[in-house]
Design a protein around this ligand. Structure first.
Ligand code: PXG
Length: 285
């Protein structure tokens, strides 16, 4: 069966799913997106993802020409058309086709694309044995330049960091903010465990407010774990009892080495495993 892709209300075969090269999403990275997961046919935290999508769009003054309810229905219909139960959904709202030149006012109609597909997760080995990451020299975007809270189509900042990590043999890479504090990874948020407490950088550190991050904070708190959003140094990460990453695609991934420094005893930590189990229960409940 050919995969169907939603564009502006119509389902197209994957090979016919095209937008204009004059789209400012293509020309300038002018647009916003979401990456969501579906489990057993229902989208995990769709409301939170749509709220974030609308917030991102508002921050770049892009008006999405449909309601959240309509978007939710369109996502569900696209998943159903492709008979996808456990999948990955990429929602893209681009500024739309316009003239050459940056002016977004020359793009009257945003393009709305919904891709439902499958995502290749990290190999199972990383979930069992943990991941090694390195810190990039490339810093996360200054919030005064491009606020990391905006999930924009302009991911070059993260891609440049990712290239550094890949060159070092790592599939995920840690990024610092302009103050030298720990921010997040290229497509995942970071958590550390210290004295039994769960710590993660605050949104003010210049990170995307991850939906998985939010779910993990709720799960941990409900499980009696102290959860603290606090600025974090690289040294704190190196000396943490446990480190793990969170993201819609990656879910919960244990980290066992950062910049060559072994974390804990070099195996995924107890709290990390507990959180991963709770997350598995939550997403299938
Ligand atoms: N930080 C950044 C910069 C991200 O891009 C996260 C954190 C985690 O957020 P969520 O809401 O997913 O918990 C992300 C999300 C992909 C892909 O295709 C990337 C993400 C999510 C899903 C798919 O690379 N990144």
């Amino acid at each position: 069966m050919t995969l169907k892709v939603y564009i502006n209300g119509t389902l197209y075969n994957k090979e016919d799913a095209k937008v204009s090269v004059y789209d400012h999403g293509f020309l300038y990275g002018d647009g916003v997106f979401e990456g969501m997961r579906s489990y057993a046919g229902s989208v995990f935290r769709m409301k939170e993802h749509l709220d974030r999508l609308w917030d991102s769009a508002e921050k770049i003054q892009l008006e999405i020409p449909m309601t959240k309810a309509q978007m939710s229905d369109a996502v569900t219909a696209t998943l159903a058309a492709n008979e996808i139960e456990d999948g990955y959904i990429r929602l893209v709202i681009s500024r739309g086709a316009g003239t050459l030149g940056l002016d977004p006012n020359k793009c009257p109609i945003p393009n709305i694309v919904i891709i439902t597909d499958f995502i290749t997760l990290y190999p199972d080995e990383f979930y069992q044995n943990g991941l090694e990451i390195v810190t990039a020299k490339t810093i996360r975007n200054h919030p005064g330049a491009l606020d990391p809270r905006i999930k924009s189509l302009n991911y070059l900042n993260n891609i440049l960091a990712k290239i550094e990590g890949l060159a070092a043999g790592c599939v995920e890479t840690l990024m610092l903010n302009y103050k030298g504090e720990v921010a997040e990874c290229t497509g995942d948020n970071i958590f550390i465990v210290n004295d039994g407490k769960l710590l993660t950088p605050p949104v003010e550190a210049g990170v995307l407010e991850g939906i998985t991050r939010g779910a993990v904070m709720e799960l941990a708190a409900a499980d009696g774990v102290d959860v603290v959003e606090s600025t974090m140094t690289l040294e704190e990460v190196y000396s943490a009892e446990e480190v793990f990453l969170t993201g819609s695609a990656a879910e919960i991934v244990p980290v066992i080495k950062v910049d060559g420094n072994q974390i804990g005893n070099g195996a995924p930590g107890v709290l990390t495993r507990r959180i991963a189990d709770l997350y598995t229960q939550l997403r299938t409940s």
